[in-house]
Design a protein around this ligand. Sequence first.
Ligand SMILES: *[C@@H]1O[C@H](CO)[C@@H](O)[C@H](O)[C@H]1NC(C)=O
Ligand SMILES: *[C@@H]1O[C@H](CO)[C@@H](O)[C@H](O)[C@H]1NC(C)=O
Length: 164
Amino acid sequence: MSYIFGTLSLVLAIFASLVVAKCPSGTFQGIQGDCFSFNNTKTNWLYALDFCSFHQGTLTSIDSALENAKITNELKSLTNNVPQKVWLGGYVGYDCDPQTVNCHNQWVWVDDADFYYDNWDVNGNSGDMQYGLFTAIDTVGGTWFAVNGTIELAFICKYPPGLI
Ligand SMILES: *[C@@H]1O[C@H](CO)[C@@H](O)[C@H](O)[C@H]1NC(C)=O
Ligand SMILES: *[C@@H]1O[C@H](CO)[C@@H](O)[C@H](O)[C@H]1NC(C)=O
């Protein structure tokens, strides 16, 4: 009997987590449960960040090849397979090693995710680490570019599961 209840509550728990994890229509779910919202209004990077933050989200960070593939797949169909660049939440920041006080520019994410994974395009100018450059993803190839933040592009916000 307790075995049956155990199994039943496990099934209910899985079902409940699936229901909670569902993303609202017009958004799609990533592999870690976050909801992503693509917005095809072209804006500069800072405005895009403001828009996502105002809605309790962030401009999207991507930390794995699997998530990158999932997002690219969705963006590809949302933009009808026509390549365009879309703002992500990466920017050129300044980082200092506390021990050596050795400081240098480097790519960071606005939501403080680790910038371990990347998918720079061969022509993406990732090494051009100047202030004022930000990451944009190509909607068809899924590769990343360093783009001047004053350029106006579509953008993609990321929301934690259950928030929207
Ligand atoms: C897209 O962003 C614009 C502002 O840049 C906003 O007016 C519009 O409501 C947004 N659309 C969605 C679906 O969030
Ligand atoms: C971005 O573009 C603006 C306007 O053209 C320019 O003034 C600025 O130097 C550019 N920044 C970078 C990092 O290229």
